[in-house]
Design a protein around this ligand. Structure first.
Ligand SMILES: [Zn+2]
Ligand SMILES: [Zn+2]
Length: 246
């Protein structure tokens, strides 16, 4: 078994709140400097930068978990991840179908741009990616799992946009693959809110919107190799794989 250092919650320049320095190339460079083995690319309600980051990461020896940070109708942020390009593409179509057509106000929220490997802007996204989808948390969880994906409520300790702030609890019957806490969360303080989902793996991620935040906290994955299915097994403490946080 091997230990891998993972930061599974990183925004790119595609997120309106993501700093313009957060290009795919810069993210990989920083992830290398920080000694990360696995990074998750999780822009708000879009997967459009995942494939480029994944492609650029191959030379750097970093494994990219491709996904998005989805905003549910209840305004709960959830991390979602997919195994391959076709599943990612299907989820991207679902996101586009369910994102309301509210124009982005660039002065208020910032730019939402897709870049190429030379960091040239190839597209600007018109609709605000921060909006909530017209789908409930249960509907989104079902969609993610129908595609064999990973579904993790994000930064549950935060006072806004978290499952605890919005619902007050984690529903017993919600199928989750783990629980994310934010950089400074004390695990003991959050335990009472987790309720019957207490056995689920905790991950800690940076939620980096600025380059210097990448890898400032991480989760250790103890598993055989860096693949989507190994990551899923580790999250579920299956076959002696597991995850741990500092
Ligand atoms: Zn969030
Ligand atoms: Zn985030």
């Amino acid at each position: 078994m091997n230990k891998y250092r993972a930061d599974l919650h990183i925004h790119t320049v595609l997120s309106p709140c993501g700093n313009l320095e957060m290009s795919p190339a810069n993210i990989i460079k920083k992830a290398c400097e920080k000694g990360l083995d696995i990074i998750g690319i999780t822009d708000h309600n879009s997967t459009r930068h995942c494939k480029l980051v994944s492609k650029l990461s191959e030379l750097a020896g970093i494994f990219v978990l491709m996904g998005a940070e989805v905003t549910t109708r209840e305004e709960v942020h959830c991390l979602t991840f997919f195994e391959n390009d076709s599943k990612l593409d299907e989820f991207q179509r679902y996101l586009e179908k369910h994102l309301p057509s509210i124009p982005n106000n660039t002065e208020k929220f910032g730019y939402q741009v897709v870049v190429d490997e030379n960091e040239d802007i190839i597209e600007q996204i018109d609709f605000l990616l921060l909006s909530a989808l017209d789908q409930s948390i249960e509907q989104i969880e079902k969609k993610v799992h129908s595609l064999g994906g990973i579904f993790i409520p994000a930064h549950i300790d935060r006072p806004s946009y978290s499952i605890i702030s919005q619902l007050g609890f984690i529903p017993d019957d919600l199928l989750i693959d783990g629980i994310e806490i934010s950089a400074n969360c004390k695990t003991r303080s959050i335990m009472p809110s987790i309720g019957n989902q207490l056995g689920k793996s905790l991950i800690r991620s940076s939620d980096a919107h600025y380059i210097q935040d990448i890898g400032k906290v991480f989760t250790t994955f103890d598993m055989e190799s860096r693949t989507f299915s190994e990551i899923k097994k580790a999250l579920h403490n299956s076959m002696e794989r597991n995850v741990s946080i500092a």
